[in-house]
Design a protein around this ligand. Structure first.
Ligand SMILES: [Zn+2]
Length: 190
C-alpha cells in the first residue's frame, strides 16, 4: 500500500493505490518482516492506514532506520548466522552472492547454500560477513569504529563458547535506533 506522489494542486489527502485515503495513525505494532526476511516488529511507530482497504504504510525513513538497526542486531547475534541473517547482511552490503563469494575467496554456491539453509556457515566466514557489514556501517558513519570492535569482539567470544546460553540484549543497540527514530521500540527475532 504505497502512497502516491502528490501533484501540485492535487487534493491534500494522501491516496492509497486502492483509491482510499491514507490517514495518519500510530501503530501499536508494525511488522517489518517483508523488508528484512525474518521477524522484526516495531511498536509505537507513526504511519498511515487506508480508510478503504485497511492497508498500512510507514515512512521510508522509519524503514531505513529499522533496517539499519537490524543489521546491528544480526551482527550481535551470539550464535552462527542462519540463512536469512546471512542473506540480510549480504543485502546490506548491496553485494550479489557472486561478489560476496569473490571477496571471501569462496564459491558462489557456498553462499547460496548458507542462504537457503542447505549448509551452515563456518565460524570464520560468519565472522568475516559480520565484519564486512560492520565496516560498511562505519564507512557510512552509522556506528563508530569502537562500537564495531565491541560488537565483533563480543561476537567472536560468543561463537567460541557455542552453544549460546542466551540471546543478545537489545538494550545497548536500542540507542542506535532511538537516535534515528525517537518514540519507537524495536524488537528483532530471527
Ligand atoms: Zn487502500
Amino acid at each position: 500500500m504505497k502512497s502516491q506522489q502528490q501533484k501540485p494542486g492535487a487534493s491534500r489527502a494522501i491516496r492509497c493505490e486502492c483509491g482510499g485515503e491514507l490517514r495518519p495513525t500510530k501503530f501499536d505494532f508494525y511488522d517489518f518482516s517483508d523488508y528484512v526476511g525474518f521477524k522484526v516488529t516495531v511498536s509505537g511507530a507513526d504511519g498511515f492506514r487506508c480508510n478503504k482497504c485497511g492497508g498500512e504504510t510507514v515512512d521510508g525513513s522509519l524503514v531505513n532506520a529499522v533496517m539499519i538497526y537490524t543489521i546491528v542486531q544480526v551482527a550481535k547475534s551470539p550464535r552462527l548466522l542462519n540463512g536469512a541473517e546471512a542473506r540480510y547482511l549480504r543485502h546490506s552490503l548491496h553485494a550479489t552472492q557472486q561478489e560476496l563469494a569473490k571477496n571471501m575467496g569462496i564459491d558462489r554456491v557456498t553462499v547460496a547454500d548458507w542462504e537457503r539453509g542447505a549448509e551452515q556457515i563456518s565460524p570464520q566466514h560468519d565472522f568475516i560477513l559480520r565484519a564486512f557489514a560492520m565496516n560498511w556501517m562505519v564507512a557510512e558513519n552509522l556506528i563508530t569504529p569502537e562500537y564495531m570492535r565491541e560488537i565483533l569482539g563480543a561476537n567472536s567470544a560468543a561463537v567460541r563458547r557455542l552453544p549460546p546460553k542466551k540471546r543478545t540484549s537489545i538494550s545497548d543497540t536500542a540507542a542506535v535506533v532511538k537516535a534515528l527514530v525517537p518514540n519507537c521500540e524495536v524488537r528483532a527475532s530471527a
